[in-house]
Structures are given as C-alpha cells and as structure tokens.
Design a protein around this ligand. Structure first.
Ligand code: SF4
Length: 471
C-alpha cells in the first residue's frame, strides 16, 4: 500500500514537472496580465502571455569605478563599500521574493554599480543564488576587466568549470570616463577595439574551457552621440554580441552628472539610427514588452548582415502564428531545466496541439526566405556570420515625472498633469522590476532610481562605509 502511494506521488510529481507550462508560471502570468493597464493589452503584448518581465537587483554593490554623464546611480553610491557578504545576503533575499511572486523562471540582471568590483568568488556565488531561484542571471558591467577576472569567475580553485554558460551586458559609450586606454573617448568609434576585445574574451572562454555566453552591448544615447548610433550598430553587428541595446539618457540618478538636454533624444530618433546602421528596416511591432513608450524590441536571424525578423507585423501569417502560439504555449520556458524535462515538455506540448508543429515549420520557412533562402543561410553559417540578434531601446523616464507619478500610484490617484499621467501609465505596465521583500513591493526600475536609491544608499553608507574602523 505504501509503495503504491509513493509511486502515485512520484508520477504526480513527474506529471507536474513535465507540464508544458509550469502551473506556477501560469499563475504568475495570469496575475501579470490581470494587473496590466488596458492600453497595453494589445495582441502583440508579451507580458502576461509569454513572460513576466525582466528583473534586477538593487543596493547589492552600488559602487562603480568609472564615471559617466549621465549616471543612473545616486550621488551616495560611490561611498558604499563593496562587500561580498552583503551582496549575497541581499541577492538571496531579493531573488527568493521574486521567485515567490513572479514564478519559477525569469531573466534577472545582477546590477548595481560595477559587477567586476565583486570578488570573483562572490560574483560566482551571486549567480548561483540567482539560478537556484529560477532566475537566468545577466551580469551588468562597464566591460573594463581582464580575462583573468573572467577565468576566476567561471572556474573554481581547482580549475573546474562552475558554469556552462554566462551572460554579460557590457556598457560602452563615449559618455563614460576612466576606461583604461580610453579615459576620455572623443568618439564612439574610438571604443570599437574595446568592444571587440571584450567580446573576444568570451570567444576564448568557449574555445579554451567550453563555457558558452550570451552577450549584450549597451549604450546610453544623448544629443552628443545620437548621430553615432548608426556607426556603433554597424560595428557591433559584426562582433559576436547577441543583443544591441540602447538607452536614451534620462534625468535620473546623480544630478551632478546631468550635462545636456537629454529630452531631445526620442525613442524614434534612436530606432531610426539603428536602422540606418543595420542598413534596413527593423520591424518591431510584431511583439511588445510593456508600454511602447518605454521599450522597443525586435529579434530575428542575422545571416551575413541581413536581418530576418522573427515576426513581421505586416505579414498576417506571422501575426496569426504569434497569436496561436502565445495562446497555446505562452509561459513555456526552455532554460533552467534538465534536457529530459525540457524534451518531455516539448513532446507533451506537441501532442496536445499537433497542428502547431506545422505552424512553427511554416514560420521557420518564412524567416529563412527573409534571410535570403537556405543557400544564403548555409553560406552564412560556414562564414560564421549566422546568429540570432536582438535590438532593444529602453527609454527610462525623468525623475521629475516618476517621483510624483509614483506618489500618486501609492495613493491610488490619477494625475491631471498629462506628463505625470503618462508616467503613471508607463509605470503600471513596467517590464523591468526590482524587488522589495521588506515592504512586499515590486517596483519599476525608474522608481528605484528616481525615488528609492538615494535613501537606500544613505542607509548603506552607515552599514558599509568605505573606511572600516579598526579599533
Ligand atoms: S523601468 Fe521605467 S522605462 Fe523601463 S519599463 Fe519600467 S517604467 Fe518603463
């Protein structure tokens, strides 16, 4: 009898673990959709359908050793000591809370000041904590560290691999000061060798130690470097970065570093420049994360310089396939599980909706045709120019609208001021969240940087002063 109960429990557990959409993901996704404002509940919306959104850490290592204009961190950040014990405690607390509220799988950024100021062992431990909580971590860096640091992060004391795969987002732009070898860059092009060197470290890592990587290239855009976005896009597209992400500057963070009229840079201006650099249109309306005033995103196949978007909003067969696949399989995830569980999930999904296999195949055929056909793909693969590329613009808001908007959201009121009301709408549809287990809140990154960082860093100043008293 007992054996029968044990077997029944095991089978029940197996059924649950191999369900195509994890039940907790389903619940988190449904709650996300229910909480979204109506204006973003459009057919192309991915939040609440296939993703809960991005997550990030805060107050875990505020210090940075470069200076940027602008800088999203509060004026106090550089007075806080980097302390591995504190980082690990905070990352664990924040990730556990995200796991409990946002479900078993999400992408999360290990972000604060500069991640490479963390001891490599602490950095590795933080990534492990994030993974243990179902988060796919991405380390955010200025990219000015050496291969020795990367090796110390990825390999343990015995030289054994700690990870099969790592993700980094490296920020390179001419607004940054203090990079070794480019202390005050005069142009974006001057940074190309540094962009290339950073990416090369990861190619070496794969070749020498079999550790794969996902790399994003980040760039802040102000009126002074807007015209150079096309050039950066062109250069970075030829490097092994998977994602090209651009952030129009906003008046948030350290106000001593607000130098220009950032408001002049609109999300459309940046996208236009990216398209100019890519040498073609980059259709983005097929999918959307959150509010289109915050985010622009497109992903597809790049073959020998030709970008073939995954979902072309102008092609009815593409949008019909998107709607069908989201309806049937939204919330299914592919990482953070054994191959056996993943295979079982895919098989169960295919068995439940057999017609979707043909839909996926036809979608694949259309992408291949856009990329120039099977022969072009074959040549691109042989020439090592075949890759999945993603383009992103993330448009942070100014603190002057975020602060009043957040205050009103907390009071359950809507502003009469159109600019503040717009900020309220965007915060309500935010796709980049930070976790506050102490208050039970998830807050948008705009709110974190505009409203909460300063107080948080003042508290951290007392907890982790730069000078440690020895007597
Ligand atoms: S962090 Fe700010 S800009 Fe980004 S999605 Fe959230 S509200 Fe929009």
């Amino acid at each position: 009898m007992e054996a029968a109960i044990v077997i029944t429990d095991l089978l029940r557990d197996l059924e649950r673990r191999t369900r195509p959409v994890h039940p907790e993901s389903r619940a988190a996704m449904d709650a996300r959709w229910a909480g979204l404002p109506d204006h973003v509940k459009t057919p192309n919306q991915l939040l609440g359908r296939s993703a809960v959104g991005c997550e990030g850490t805060h107050g875990v290592f505020p210090k940075c050793n470069l200076t940027c204009t602008p800088c999203y961190h509060s004026a106090e950040a550089n007075q806080v000591r980097v302390d591995g014990g504190h980082t690990l405690r905070e990352v664990e607390r924040q990730m556990q809370y995200l796991r409990s509220v946002r479900g078993p799988r999400a992408h999360a950024q290990l972000i604060g000041g500069e991640v490479s100021l963390l001891d490599p062992d602490d950095h590795a431990a933080a990534l492990a904590v994030m993974r243990a909580n179902g988060r796919e971590p991405m380390s955010m860096t200025h990219g000015d560290f050496d291969y020795a640091y990367l090796l110390a992060l990825v390999l343990d004391a015995k030289g054994e691999r700690r990870f099969d795969r790592v993700s980094f987002a490296a920020h390179f732009d001419s607004l940054m000061r203090g990079r070794r070898g480019a202390v005050r860059p005069r142009s974006e092009a001057e940074l190309d060798p540094f962009r290339s060197k950073f990416a090369r470290m990861f190619a070496d890592l794969q070749q020498e130690h079999g550790v794969r990587s996902y790399l994003a290239h980040n760039m802040t855009v102000t009126p002074s470097n807007l015209e150079e976005v096309a050039g950066v896009t062109r250069s970075v597209l030829s490097m092994p970065y998977n994602m090209l992400s651009f952030q129009p500057a906003a008046f948030i963070g350290d106000n001593r570093r607000w130098k220009e009229d950032f408001a002049e840079v609109r999300i459309d201006d940046v996208w236009e420049q990216i398209e100019k650099g890519a040498g073609q249109e980059l259709p983005w309306r097929g999918t959307q994360f959150g509010d289109p005033r915050c985010n622009r995103y497109t992903t597809g196949l790049s073959a020998a310089g030709t970008f073939a978007v995954a979902i072309d909003p102008a092609i009815p067969a593409d949008t019909a396939a998107r709607d069908r696949l989201l309806k049937h399989h939204g919330g299914m995830f592919f990482g953070g599980q054994t191959r056996f569980v993943l295979a079982a999930r895919i098989l169960r999904a295919a068995a439940r909706y057999p017609g979707d296999v043909a839909v996926l195949l036809k979608m694949g055929q259309r992408i291949i045709a856009r990329a120039g056909g099977a022969r072009a793909l074959w040549h691109a693969w042989r020439g090592k120019t075949l890759a999945v590329k993603t383009f992103v613009v993330h448009n942070f808001m100014d603190a002057s609208v975020v602060a009043p908007a957040w205050a009103l959201i907390e009071q359950g009121q809507i502003s009469d001021d159109p600019a503040v009301r717009e900020a309220q709408e965007r915060l309500g549809a935010c796709m980049y969240t930070m976790s506050h287990p102490e208050t039970g809140q998830l807050v948008p990154a705009c709110t974190q940087h505009s409203v909460l960082d300063s107080t948080e860093n003042k508290q951290l100043l007392k907890l982790l002063p730069l000078r440690v008293k020895t007597n």
